[in-house]
Structure formats: C-alpha cells, structure tokens
Design a protein around this ligand. Sequence first.
Ligand code: IDP
Ligand code: MG
Length: 155
Amino acid sequence: MERSLVILKPDAIQRRLIGSILARFEAKGLKIVALRLCRLTNQQTDNLYSVHKGKKFFEPLVRFMQSGPVAVMALEGPRAVAVTRKLLGETFGFEASPGTIRGDFGLSRGYNLVHGSDSVESATRELAVFFKEADYLAYELSEAPWAFNPAEDLN
Ligand code: IDP
Ligand code: MG
C-alpha cells in the first residue's frame, strides 16, 4: 500500500492545530502508520528541500522548519501521495482553495502548516530519512473495508 511523508510544520504545532489537521487525514480514510514529534536536523531539512537550494527562500525555510517541534508521520492508503497533496492544497495559503488544509488555516507563503511528499519517488526517499521499516505499525482499521473497496482498480 502506498505511503506518504507528512510533516506538521512548526507553525501548526505553535498554533495548536495538530488535532485539526490530523482530523482531515483521518476523515479522508488515510491510516497513520508512524507518528513522532521531533526537531529537524540540518541533514533532514537538506534532504527534504535539496531541490530549493540556491533559491532566496531556502535559508529562511530551513530556519523556519528548525524553529520548533514538528510532527512527522507516515500516512498509508490507496494513492496516499496524490490524495495527501490534494488535502494540503496549493503551496501558498492565500492561493489554496477553501476546504484544503492550507486554504482553511493559512495566509502565508512559507508558513503553510504542512509538508507532503510530491511524488511516490519523493515519498520513498523522504520516508527513509525518518523511519525504518520496523517503525511502520501494521494494524487494521475496522472501517477500512467500507472506506475503500478492496476490489477496486487502482490504475
Ligand atoms: P510544496 O510544499 O507545496 O511542495 P515547494 O514549492 O516545494 O512547495 O516549497 C517548499 C516549501 O518552501 C513550501 O511548502 C513553503 O513552506 C516554502 N516556500 C516555497 N516557496 C516560497 C516562497 O516563495 N516564499 C517563502 N517560502 C516559500
Ligand atoms: Mg515541494
């Protein structure tokens, strides 16, 4: 089953939005299979944001991401990566549609509450920065057969 890396950024923690944001992922039917609070290291922010090195927002972005605790998690489900990105909304809060996490909770460019892997390849790389295979808890949600038809085609 597909997995995505999601990080609730320092602004989400400071604004006490952990519960509200997690509720969006739960309501959608995604399963939290790993979840941890931590502070991001240089190595971790480098890995997450290497494509942005050299851009003018890179240094402020790294400082922001290391400015306080974050909640790092792995979300699992059919098409977890694309579905998560849709739930996040456009990058900037002022452009993100109402109904999305960024659209409902934020106004800023950089302080946009949440990170989500942008492709299955990025998810594989990013998840490996934070979790070992043994960190993913295997369990069944009782509603799972009603949240998604297992006979459904994923292509
Ligand atoms: P994404 O998070 O939607 O994938 P990216 O373009 O990959 O967006 O940018 C990574 C992060 O860098 C964003 O989530 C945001 O926090 C920050 N960021 C991107 N563009 C800007 C900008 O123009 N000004 C300030 N921060 C930015
Ligand atoms: Mg990105």
